[in-house]
Design a protein around this ligand. Sequence first.
Ligand code: ATP
Ligand code: MG
Length: 151
Amino acid sequence: LKIEKVHLNALILDTLSRYSNAIQSKKIYVSTEFSKEYYVNSDSYLLSIIINNLVANALKYSNEKATLTIIITDTDNKLECHIIDSGIGIPSEDLSKVFNQFYRSKSNEHPEIKGTGLGLSIVRRLCTLLNIEIAISSEEQIGTKVILSFH
Ligand code: ATP
Ligand code: MG
């Protein structure tokens, strides 16, 4: 671990720029809501792996012209990052399993969407390592929201 002061706004914008091709080809409407500059004490490389995986999922499990919204808030001095998509969503009975290794929801329904089912299991381990709480909520056909809470 290399803990340092990480500029969260910049890390998110950098991640989004890496996915600009996918964003453009799928015509995803991306918006960010950062009301100020936010910093966290964290490992910037490991944190970027977390954000990368979550952005990749948001884009991969969305149809054309979906929205991707990333918000940073610090209400009550609790820093949170919200990653919200308007994609295909996850059935409620699958939500508790998405962090398991190799688990993929709706893979029969969407055989065209490829993946190994490892991304979120890695994300969960990295969150534990970095003392980040992760919560996921979703509604089918509406979208998915992931909340990272920094401690
Ligand atoms: P990869 O290892 O390439 O990331 P993956 O995306 O299938 O493969 P995970 O990132 O671990 O694996 O996600 C597990 C499953 O959770 C996915 O297969 C998908 O069914 C569901 N999922 C994850 N994120 C989203 C999302 N934003 N919207 C809808 N479903 C999602
Ligand atoms: Mg993934």
